[in-house]
Design a binder for this molecule. Structure first.
Ligand SMILES: *Cc1c(COP(=O)(O)O)cnc(C)c1O
Length: 356
């Protein structure tokens, strides 16, 4: 049966990408070798690294003022690595707390300097994005989480400040156009909207670096990876390759502007169903709703099992909400076809027809 993959991460990838990746796992570039068994210093793989970087630059409009890195350790390692490299011991960084991932970023950064939480939506269980806060001008950076994968909220505006943003874009990178020049650093674990788990994309403005004088271990120093083109040590070759294939796919589909159009259409379809169906209610504030992770509840919690069973029957998998918040979450990343979202809305309608 056809499956409709609503998992939050690792998550759906384009079918074409998967076909090419599986072919390369057997015979890469007709070399007679698998991409899994060749040197990361080989010409064939060096070309993959180069194309991954140039596609990142092209799709997001990243200038030469920025380095593009492919690192390991997940977005979670960037929580401390960013602060370790960018925040001086006697310096201050500001954080906006919009959910579980922000909270983890704050916890890790505290080891390196003063952390000021200038806004939080914890008071309402992270169901909205805080607005109208002041950013202290002496902050080294302002940390934001562009899309909150668990609570289903998303930034659709950016604070008005000269303080550079450090932004966790793990769950909405490449989902829409971006003015990269407003960011000092962007990081994203690949496994939501870009590729398989194992690689983390980091885009960092080079002049953000070199301002702290603490001892930084070689592997945790961005300058190491910039100097060596993300190949100081063995890079996660296969995840980088698959991410590169996804970027080719995005480009062929018309780039991030086209992704944004499709994402709006898909999100609109699902949110309209949630808002019009008597059995369901959205959990995020309407103006902050995420187009990547759609979170919702049943008005009649006793129907939860029946709904999930109907989802399974229709081939919809990964709908259950994050264990920390419950309810439901449909992750509808770039690779999610509109037709799959339609199937989910039909299941919701069928439940309402029975119980509405
Ligand atoms: C999934 C996720 C993370 C954690 O990513 P890892 O690669 O597992 O460390 C961090 N931030 C956001 C917004 C996420 O969605």
């Amino acid at each position: 049966m056809k499956k409709h993959n609503f998992y939050a991460g690792p998550a759906i990838l384009p079918k074409d990408v998967m076909r090419q990746a599986s072919k390369a796992a057997i015979n890469f570039n007709n070399s007679g070798l698998s991409i899994l068994e060749i040197s990361h210093r080989s010409a064939d793989f060096a070309a993959v690294m180069e194309e991954a970087e140039s596609l990142t630059r092209e799709l997001l409009g990243v200038s030469d003022d920025y380095a593009v890195l492919f690192l390991t350790g997940g977005a979670s390692s960037q929580f401390y690595m960013s602060a370790m490299n960018l925040l001086a011991t006697d310096g201050k960084a500001c954080y906006v707390d919009t959910g579980a991932w922000s909270t983890k970023a704050i916890k890790e950064a505290k080891a390196f300097g003063e952390i000021e939480i200038i806004a939080s939506s914890k008071d309402k269980n992270y169901t909205y994005i805080p607005k109208r806060y002041k950013v202290p001008t002496d902050a080294a950076y302002l940390h934001l989480t562009s899309n909150n994968t668990i609570s289903g909220t998303q930034h659709n505006w950016w604070p008005d400040t000269d303080v550079p943003f450090v932004c966790d874009m793990s769950s909405d990178i490449f989902s829409r156009p971006l003015d990269v020049n407003r960011f000092g650093m962007i990081y994203a674990g690949a496994q939501k909207n870009l590729g398989p788990a194992g690689v983390t994309l980091v885009i960092i403005r080079k002049d953000m670096l070199g301002k702290v004088n603490r001892e930084i271990p070689t592997m945790l120093d961005y300058k190491t990876h910039i100097a060596k083109g993300s190949a100081f040590n063995t890079p996660p070759a296969f995840p980088i390759y698959v991410s590169m294939l996804t970027m080719r796919w995005i480009k062929a589909k018309g780039g991030v502007a086209e992704m944004a159009k499709k994402n709006k259409s898909k999100g609109g379809l699902l949110y309209r169903e949630i808002d019009s169906n008597p059995l369901f209610v959205g959990t995020a504030a309407k103006k902050d709703r995420s187009l990547m992770n759609v979170t919702f509840l049943l008005n009649k919690p006793e129907l939860e099992k029946e709904f999930l069973d109907m989802c399974t029957e229709a081939g919809c998998v990964g709908i259950k909400g994050h264990r920390s918040v419950g309810g439901f979450r449909a992750s509808i990343y770039n690779a999610m076809p509109r037709g799959s979202v339609k199937v989910l809305t039909e299941v919701m309608q069928a439940l309402a027809a029975k119980h509405g």
